[in-house]
Design a protein around this ligand. Sequence first.
Ligand SMILES: Nc1ncnc2c1ncn2[C@@H]1O[C@H](COP(=O)(O)OP(=O)(O)OP(=O)(O)O)[C@@H](O)[C@H]1O
Ligand SMILES: [Mg+2]
Length: 234
Amino acid sequence: MQVLEIASRKGGSGKTTLTGHLAVEAERQGIGPVAIMDIDPQGSLADWWNERQADTPSFVNTTLDTLEHDIDKLRKSGVRLLVIDTPPAITRAIRDVIRVSDMVLIPTRPSPHDLRAVAATVAMVEESGKPLVFVLNAATPRARITNEAIVALSQHGPLAPSIVHQRVDFASSMIDGRTVMEASTSSLAIAEIECLWKYLAIRLDIMPRLDDVLIVPGAGGGGAVRAVAQARLL
Ligand SMILES: Nc1ncnc2c1ncn2[C@@H]1O[C@H](COP(=O)(O)OP(=O)(O)OP(=O)(O)O)[C@@H](O)[C@H]1O
Ligand SMILES: [Mg+2]
């Protein structure tokens, strides 16, 4: 099981939005079972999941005191990916989760405040020796600050090549417990999450199981053939 922490000491950078979207996308790409945890006392991810009709990903209650034990149980139960949403500003929570994570994703808005604040999160991750990845979230297309943010973040660590733009669908799809992949017709929003997940899957070295296959119609005289899932072909 791979554990992905979504962390940023800056409030509102997109941690909860990306936790939900990445967990759902991982299930869609055949990585499941996927589980999510919400370490944030605000409970936004838990609220989103409670509105959700779909059975996956599963939500696992935990506390900082029982985190290691709860993760151990998930590992033994066959969960393949755990995505953990963390609160802003609560240093202990972020640090405790880093300790049990394989990688930390740091969402950052391309704004001077977010960029200034990122150093505090980076310092915590670097202290732990765990790998980190940045993702630019809620970016405005073609804005100069987006390019400046790319340059600034790249100096601290790897930046996901897929930028997530400011799109109302990211917020509106989550109102009733869904994601853009389930609720939106915005192919651009969906593509951004697909690309972001594929990049993270490679970095986490996590691929669909061989028996998670696509049905490809029409091949070989009209019969359906089984093909290895798309992500494996990338
Ligand atoms: N790419 C985006 N496009 C449009 N709205 C977004 C995007 N990302 C996040 N938002 C919105 O911005 C707000 C903050 O996002 P979110 O709750 O995911 O951030 P957070 O980092 O979890 O915040 P907190 O630090 O308070 O936990 C929410 O209203 C969310 O819907
Ligand atoms: Mg949040």
